[in-house]
Ligand binder design. Structure first.
Ligand code: EPU
Length: 446
């Protein structure tokens, strides 16, 4: 991980050229792969360092572009950041004085909204541009605002910036109208130093929520119940330094599980928490995939036919929406007709058009996809429409006959560390190609 003036070099690499993955499909994936730290935990824990009154050391930080941008935001705000090794950072955020995150920075990712909770919690004020991130349909922030207001903050949106200020933050009862990861995390960040007791009801239960609570508690916070739907937070006045290791990425692990299954491979996936993968494991077993669990690894193999199933995405511990495109792709290769229902996002089937180019037989009506198994996909030129869609197209390309070229891979690099390198380690024929002079080409075609 590069921490310097060219901190975001990874993210902006796209300006040097149009990058794509070129996959020659049809190879079985075999061998071992190591899972990186969890993106959705890292993007919450990094802004949370602002809440600390002392430097913190974070281990198992994934080297992905979403994380690079957050580090860049911290650095620009005045944090002192040192790279200890590729995945370990020492961050001293005590130099941050200004509670503003400008548009240019925030627009690149969804998780920039965690700066609102962290800055509000520390300075009682925050001014953060409305976030970007994957286009999955409407992504409102009403529950985040409701939580901040419950704690005593005034919130408004002006010129594309969220403004939150409070004379004092007071613990409060916050009932979330729907299960939301983002609002649960933001409520925790804002409440951790508030005066008195905060109770978050109908809280999200994702592993990264527990990880954030563990991180904050290791700094001296008093949070109980993370991982259940009621989280209790007793505000503290001081948060100390800590050394903390981020959990492994559940979705990266699930993506490799499906890639192994789709190529009828035999892969040992290391550095995972099998409990976090239970809903994925259960569906894969139904489809006919062998899943063997060990303490911190999981082995995937296939020796019989893949068969249809139905999947509905739900908040944790249900089947994760962030695995929906990948499992839909696997079901294209299974016998029979499968049904996949998206339970979280309005518009998470845009990648289906790309899969159709590869021979998939999928019809979509609103949030429901009906997939007729076709047994074999064919390589084709396709475009990643968002992060998990990109991962699904990688899986499709690995399993397909012939060559698949995936454009707009910056979406994939937002959330997967060295995906091509890890896949090559498993025997895949995948290379990253850059067309020189991409900026000029883009200007010419825009
Ligand atoms: N919602 C509201 N109002 C709010 C907040 C959410 O109506 O104030 C709705 C959303 O529109 C959605 C549902 O509640 O229908 C759940 O949204 P949630 O807040 O849980 O999503 P998020 O925090 O914006 C995170 C992940 C997503 C993942 C979802 C669901 C991060 C940075 N992002 O988004 O991850 O899909 O939770 O698990 O943690 C990804 O990694 O590819 C990704 C998109």
């Amino acid at each position: 991980m590069v921490v310097s003036a060219d901190l975001t070099a990874k993210h902006y690499k796209g300006d040097e050229g149009l990058e794509k993955f070129v996959i020659k499909g049809g190879r079985r994936l075999t061998g071992e792969v190591e899972i990186s730290g969890a993106k959705n935990a890292a993007v919450a824990i990094l802004p949370a360092v602002i809440l600390s009154d002392e430097p913190c050391v974070l281990e198992n930080v994934p080297d992905i572009s979403d994380v690079s941008i957050i580090i860049r935001i911290l650095y620009e705000m005045g944090a002192d950041i040192k790279t200890i090794d590729k995945t370990t950072l020492r961050i001293d955020a005590t130099g941050i004085k200004d509670a503003v995150v400008p548009y240019e920075m925030a627009r690149h990712l969804r998780a920039s909204y965690y700066f609102i909770g962290a800055l509000l919690g520390k300075f009682h004020k925050a001014r953060v541009a409305l976030p970007g991130g994957c286009d999955l349909g409407a992504r409102p922030m009403d529950q985040h605002i409701k939580a901040f207001q419950a704690l005593g903050a005034e919130c408004g949106i002006d010129h594309g910036m969220v403004d939150a200020t409070a004379d004092m933050l007071l613990g409060s009862q916050i009932y979330l109208d729907m299960v939301t990861v983002g609002a649960t995390i933001n409520a925790m960040l804002a409440a951790v130093r508030a005066k008195g007791l905060t109770i978050i009801e109908n809280a999200a239960k994702e592993p990264h929520i527990v990880d954030l609570a563990n991180f904050l508690n290791s700094m001296g916070a008093d949070i109980m119940g993370a991982g259940t739907d009621v989280i209790k937070i007793k505000g503290v006045e001081y948060l100390g330094g800590t050394t903390y290791s981020i959990i492994p990425d559940q979705i990266e692990a699930g993506t490799f599980m499906i890639a192994a299954a789709a190529t009828r491979g035999d892969v040992l996936i290391k550095n995972v928490i099998p409990k976090h993968l239970e809903s994925i494991t259960a569906k894969l077993e139904k489809i006919g995939v062998n899943v063997e669990e060990f303490d911190d690894s999981i082995r995937i193999s296939v020796d019989g036919p893949l068969v249809k199933t139905s999947v509905k995405t739900m908040p944790h511990p249900g089947f994760p929406t962030d695995m929906q495109p990948q499992i839909t792709t696997l079901l294209c290769l299974a016998e029979g007709t499968s049904i996949v229902t998206e339970g979280i996002w309005d518009n998470r089937f845009r990648y289906v058009n790309e899969l159709r180019r590869m021979g998939a037989d999928i019809s979509v009506d609103g949030r429901v996809a009906v997939i007729n198994g076709v047994g074999q996909l064919q390589g084709a030129p396709v475009k990643a429409t968002d992060l998990r869609a990109g991962a699904a197209l990688m899986i499709a390309g690995l399993a397909a006959s012939g060559i698949t070229e995936i454009e707009d891979i910056y979406h994939i690099e937002r959330g997967y560390e060295d995906l091509d390198v890890k896949l090559r380690g498993l025997g895949a024929d995948v290379v990253k190609k850059t067309t020189p002079g991409g900026t000029e080409v883009r200007k010419a075609i825009s």
